[in-house]
Design a protein around this ligand. Structure first.
Ligand SMILES: C[S@@+](CC[C@H](N)C(=O)[O-])C[C@H]1O[C@@H](n2cnc3c(N)ncnc32)[C@H](O)[C@@H]1O
Ligand code: SF4
Length: 406
């Protein structure tokens, strides 16, 4: 195990003391903790993507980047001391660009530093363009338990319009291999693609269902600021057609035994993504890697951190023991809204007890907006839980905005 430099250990201790000081919130218990690991490179940048992802350099600095990740985790250890890790999500970017041997080293070195739960879910994101037979099996052997395959569409014309590096046949081969190598996996699709008709969307979903994924994430293509598509917007389906597409997706997946348990996520029983559910239940996560975000709870505050975004800057700073570019405490009057941004995305909503446990606020803090949401037919509640109604799910941002702080 690497030795933490004295100056770095002192800085971590100062952070901890700062985060532990008295405050106005009272968190009775800390929520479950997950680990997010960001690997920021891709074969090619997609024109719609605003993730912190970069076209890979001629030589991928895999070893140095993993050293930086481990230094980052070591510096963060005092903030999560003694807490168990329930899930790890290796996202990107395109983590499947890294060699399985690098992922194996990453996971074994993480195990040496952190207390992983015996049933820890370990997801890795893969792009079908990086697929080679045996590679997925090697990720499984490295300790990954769940693969998330970024298919987006099976239609070659749409894949070209999205600037993807793979075609439909490669996507099918990658998903078939994921099904063989992993006991559970996810397939990512997008809808409302440039020029897409309802019939073409149905063909994509039919093809996806034929591959029997235990989990499906389907995102409405959004034109994000500062992307190529924002500068040169493609013609995308009208809002009404996009709604019709979403209705068809929900019907077709339900017919295959998949439950829409979150606004964009569908799963067969027993295959919900533990990691994402923890985010949506306002659990904690330590995020390491370029541009990664963390949300960590302490007895009297909830803290957010962001790592350096540029991969080189991140590596230089993480290796020098200070990977954090920004950190701030979530303001008391923003906590209810932040909680609702996550919890109301879940079909089952949230337990009132979880609201008080995770925010440290009394229930009276949401009494007024909750009554208003109920009066508008956006939520239903009993003495223990609050659930978005069908209408609340359809008008989710209106519902969430009711909880905006003054
Ligand atoms: C960070 S990507 C990881 C997967 C991998 N990089 C890939 O693209 O194959 C996660 C998912 O976000 C979705 N996504 C990315 N940009 C999007 C956008 N502008 N609108 C909707 N979904 C988007 C895609 O479905 C993608 O698979
Ligand atoms: S492969 Fe994934 S992360 Fe990379 S640019 Fe494309 S959508 Fe973004």
């Amino acid at each position: 195990m690497a030795v933490i430099p004295i100056a770095q250990a002192a800085a971590s201790a100062r952070d901890l003391q700062h985060y532990m000081r008295p405050g106005t919130l009272q968190l009775a218990a800390l929520p479950p903790l997950s680990l997010y690991v960001h690997l920021p490179w891709c074969l090619k940048k997609c024109p719609y993507c605003d993730f912190n992802s970069h076209e890979q350099p001629a030589a991928l600095p895999e070893a140095r980047y993993i050293d930086a990740l481990l230094a980052d985790v070591e510096a963060a250890l005092p903030l999560v001391w003694g807490r168990q890790i329930h899930s790890i999500f290796i996202g990107g970017g395109t983590p499947s660009l890294f060699a399985p041997e690098s992922i194996a080293r990453l996971l074994s070195d993480l195990r040496a530093r952190l207390k992983l739960a015996a049933d820890c879910e370990i997801t890795l994101e893969a792009n079908p363009g990086t697929f080679e037979r045996d590679r997925f099996k090697a990720f499984r052997a490295a300790g990954v338990t769940r693969l998330s395959v970024g298919v987006q569409s099976f239609n070659d014309a749409h894949l070209r319009a999205l600037g993807r590096v793979h075609d439909g046949a490669q996507a099918v081969a990658a998903v078939e291999e994921a099904a063989l190598a992993f006991e559970t996996f996810n397939l990512d699709l997008m809808y409302a693609l440039p020029g897409q008709t309802l019939a073409q969307l149905e063909t994509d979903v039919t093809q996806a269902m034929a591959l029997a994924p235990p989990h499906l994430s389907i995102y409405h293509l959004t034109i994000e600021p500062n992307t190529y598509f924002a500068k040169f917007p493609p013609a995308i389906p009208h809002e009404d057609l996009a709604y019709a597409m979403l209705d068809r997706i929900t019907e077709m997946t339900a017919a295959h035994g998949m439950d829409r348990y979150e606004i964009s996520a569908y799963a067969k029983p027993g295959h919900r993504c533990w990691h994402n559910v923890n985010y949506w239940q306002f659990g904690d996560y330590l995020g390491v890697g370029a541009g990664a975000h963390s949300k960590l709870s302490f007895a009297h505050r909830v803290v957010r951190q962001v790592r350096f975004r540029d991969p080189k800057l991140y590596m230089d700073n993480a290796l020098a023991g200070h990977a954090i570019a920004q950190d701030e405490e979530v303001a008391r009057n923003e906590l209810a809204f932040e909680f609702m941004l996550n919890a109301l995305r879940l079909r089952d909503g949230f337990a009132l007890q979880d609201f008080t446990d995770r925010t440290g606020l009394p229930l009276s803090a949401i009494d007024r907006p909750l009554r208003e949401a109920q009066a508008k037919g956006l939520v239903e509640r009993d003495f223990a839980r609050v659930k978005p109604t069908e209408r609340g799910f359809d008008f989710l941002s209106d519902l969430q905005e009711l909880f905006l702080g003054d």
